[in-house]
Ligand binder design. Sequence first.
Ligand SMILES: [Zn+2]
Length: 275
Amino acid sequence: MTYTRQRQNSQSFQQVLCLPGGKSVYLQEQSSENLRMKLDLLAIAAHPDDVELSCGGTIAKLVKRGKKVGLLDLTRGELSTRGTLEIREAEAAEAARLLGVHVRENLELQDGSIEVNRANKIKVIEIIRKYKPEILFFPHWLERHPDHEHAHALCREAWFYAGLEKIETTMGGIKQEPHRPRSYYHFMQTYEFAPSFIVDISSEFEQRMQATRAFASQFYDPSSNERETFLSTPEFIEFLITRFSYYGDRIGRKYGEPFFSVNMIGIEDPFLLTL
Ligand SMILES: [Zn+2]
């Protein structure tokens, strides 16, 4: 399993992204108060690039607002038609840097075969307990790619069981405390749903598209000889822009990212709504 580690000196430490093969990427300088590694939000997806494609603008926006955000990729995307694992890892690190997230981890589950079994549930529970996020983002249960549906089931179960004390886990030889994030929301991938809420990402749109384009091996490249995929057609990026423009229009803004919530959304102040 890949993991993050911290480098500490007297004043600060750096969050380090550890990739398979022993490569490390320094994400950003952290203040010493962040040493506890608690995150506000953890976004979990089946493949590197899923988060960037579906909710990168919201991630970037929350980071700008001072939230601590982490990404967890369940697989390394080794079944991808285009690119290599090494290219994909470098792209994931660059996208994480562009979004400004505090940490990105990869569980190295098997691409194309994400199993909802005890061992995998424990792996996700360990990450949830390690970072103690208040909110999770993960895929909707109905999706075109079966890995996304399996990722949903795995995260949904791990979310619940992470809060049960009698499911014991350890990290670094130390017993972990139970922790259940207070909510989880689903980002939109291929299949659409009627959103429970839409986040205005107008100011973060260019940043989220840049982070998406960091996965250059997956998208349209007229000089590439690799087999064309759903993502690598010239129309795909246009489709993304159209989608976020459409959902932005629905809330009276230029661009928006849709989310689904199984719970109803409560608000403190109707005047904070965009429409
Ligand atoms: Zn995916």
